[in-house]
Design a binder for this molecule. Structure first.
Ligand SMILES: Cc1cc2nc3c(=O)[nH]c(=O)nc-3n(C[C@H](O)[C@H](O)[C@H](O)COP(=O)(O)O)c2cc1C
Ligand SMILES: [Mn+2]
Length: 468
């Protein structure tokens, strides 16, 4: 799979893509169709007739594990944990992107500069009634380059369409684009960026993943695909752009310039703030797009829908990957439930091998790049329980967890989107570390009740005699 068009063809073959031919308004109607469809785990939607526009919009691409597996190139019966395991395995090597001839690259079919730049030519949705405007960037990523090392980053940070050549950004403090922007600021230079909307869907997953600092998400994507992602240079920025991208917006961000942005109906199920906030913005220098470009959006908003399934995979997989990078033995599985958008709650199943091993895993989890930012609760269970098996996790919290002994509260960096904190004090969060295991060092452990194996066999052989 190399492009959004490849995804559409495969999803259609599988019967998990639905084309909507009726006219739909970009203003609330489109997002509401998508959201209601996603609440029922419905198909990907291709809106072919958006009011006032000639080009289509796709939504609901990542809503089900079936489609996430399709994107990952896996058996479509795979579970979220299977997909994460594959991600972690593939993440052990890196395949960098490869430059291809930009002549004939689909993303260069139309090149618009100067007066021709007009973001409103695309059917950009307005998602929720109280949103500050239309959001150009939801299922997209922003490409930036570290001015010192050349590290290329892909990050999904919402983008509001402010007018025909400005996009409002929200690079949360400490995100990789923010780290890079501060370097450009110190050099008194604007930061070149490229925004990609519509592409191989794997690249959007990469944008939404907490891949560690200094690592390029492109290299992981290449490893998952088994070959380098094909890229071309931008027209006005020296950044590697996926050759098959549907829409590319090039421009620059000046760290010292601001425009009002927001609010937006975020994945927490609440608005990101009240009213607008002054934020940095992208000043557009060039737009390139394919013929009949496919605009891509995700509905964000209240869980569980498309964005939450995306983040359950991308945040869960990167937490697992980063624990792996620490080379801690015994980690069996990691699960970050989509109900918490994959980012506030993590469950880790492990085989204990020495005293204090659970404490090591609990504190390691909140020290990873993923966990150090906003993760609020970590639960560790023994290896006989799968991290994703919520009823068994509840069992462990009831029968193995002991608040007297195994509950630790720490402090750490929060997301400004966390609605459990007051709007004006969202920098720091508490973290709860729950050890729901049977202590390794106990000489006498609780004796589990087992059924008598012979009796089970006998009863099973007589089962029908009992009138079942
Ligand atoms: C739909 C969607 C919207 C997001 N919006 C933002 C945003 O506005 N700002 C932000 O900092 N992160 C946002 N995120 C989370 C980032 O994509 C995520 O933290 C990612 O790791 C950022 O890339 P980086 O680690 O390379 O900085 C969003 C994620 C998704 C899936
Ligand atoms: Mn990154």
């Amino acid at each position: 799979m190399k492009s959004m068009r490849d995804f559409i063809a495969k999803a259609e073959e599988l019967g998990v893509l639905h084309r909507i031919k009726a006219e739909v308004d970009w203003n609330l109607e489109l997002s509401h169709v998508a959201k209601l469809n996603e609440e029922k785990s419905g198909p990907a939607l291709l809106f072919e007739n958006v009011k006032g526009y000639n080009s289509p919009v796709i939504t609901s691409v990542c809503t089900t594990t079936e489609r996430l597996s399709l994107i990952m190139g896996m058996d479509t019966k795979s579970s979220l944990v299977d997909i994460m395991r594959e991600w972690v395995e593939k993440g052990k090597r890196k395949i960098p992107p490869k430059y291809v001839d930009s002549k004939g690259a689909p993303c260069k079919e139309n090149i618009l500069m100067g007066d021709k730049i007009d973001l409103t030519q695309f059917p950009v949705p307005k998602y929720y009634p109280l949103d500050g405007g239309r959001f150009f960037g939801t299922a997209h990523f922003v490409l930036t380059k570290d001015p010192d090392t050349g590290w290329v980053n892909l990050g999904t940070y919402r983008l509001q369409m402010l007018d025909k050549n400005h996009l409002g950004t929200q690079f949360i403090k400490g995100k990789h684009s923010d780290i890079m922007l501060k370097k450009y600021q110190a050099m008194k230079k604007p930061m070149p960026v490229a925004v990609v909307v519509g592409c191989d869907p794997l690249l959007f997953l990469m944008g939404a993943a907490r891949v560690s600092a200094f690592d390029s998400e492109y290299d992981l994507a290449g490893s998952i695909r088994g070959e380098g992602i094909e890229v071309v240079r931008g027209e006005t920025v020296d950044l590697p752009i996926p050759a098959t991208a549907e829409i590319v917006v090039e421009g620059e961000v000046d760290a010292d310039k601001f425009m009002p942005e927001g609010p937006f109906g975020e994945y927490t199920g609440y608005y990101s703030g009240v009213g607008t906030d002054p934020r940095n913005y992208i000043k557009v220098s060039c737009i390139t797009h394919r013929n009949n470009p496919i605009f891509w959006g995700t509905t964000v908003g209240r869980a569980v829908t498309d964005t939450h399934m995306t983040m359950a995979l991308t945040y869960g997989a990167t937490l697992w990957q980063q624990l792996g990078d620490m080379k801690i033995p015994g980690i069996k599985s990691v699960y970050c439930p989509p109900e918490g958008s994959g980012r506030f709650l993590a469950i880790i199943s492990m085989k204990q091998m020495y005293p204090g091993h659970v404490d090591q895993v609990l504190t390691a989890a909140i020290s990873t790049e993923m966990g150090a930012y906003g993760l609020k609760t970590v639960i560790v269970v023994d290896e006989d329980i799968d991290a994703w098996d919520i009823p068994r996790v509840m069992y462990a919290l009831s029968f193995r967890f002991q608040p007297n002994r195994s509950q630790v509260i720490k402090r750490g960096r929060s997301t400004p989107l966390d609605p459990s904190l007051p709007l004006d004090a969202r920098e720091i969060t508490g973290r709860l570390l729950l050890d729901a295991t049977i202590p390794y060092e106990w000489k006498k452990k609780p004796i589990p009740i087992e059924l008598d194996a012979e009796m089970v066999k006998r009863v099973q052989s007589r089962w029908s005699e009992f009138g079942f």
